[in-house]
Design a protein around this ligand. Structure first.
Ligand code: SF4
Length: 84
């Protein structure tokens, strides 16, 4: 049973495995302008006239937790995160 070459945990040597970047979208129809996302993650979201909007196109690993937290606190589920 010597299965060699697993690609998940086998790790030859080089790659430092970072999570893929995320992309955030705010659904303008359901955003209630509550501002919780901006309070939680001001580096990622800002308020526009009618709805919140992402401030960055790609969310790197450093801000991944902040993006997930903003998604979680949004009372209307207007924030959607996509893997890039
Ligand atoms: S938390 Fe949700 S509803 Fe509130 S401003 Fe942000 S996206 Fe809009």
């Amino acid at each position: 049973m010597a299965a060699s070459g697993g690609d998940l945990a086998g790790g030859s040597s080089d790659a430092t495995r970072e999570p893929n970047p995320l992309r955030a979208e705010v659904d303008p129809v359901v955003c209630a302008l509550s501002g919780y996302c901006v309070d939680t993650s001001p580096e990622l979201f800002e308020l526009g006239d009618d709805h919140a909007q992402p401030r960055v196109t790609e969310i790197g690993p450093e801000l991944r937790a902040a993006a997930l937290e903003a998604e979680a606190v949004c009372p209307t589920a207007a924030i959607r995160l996509f893997g890039v």
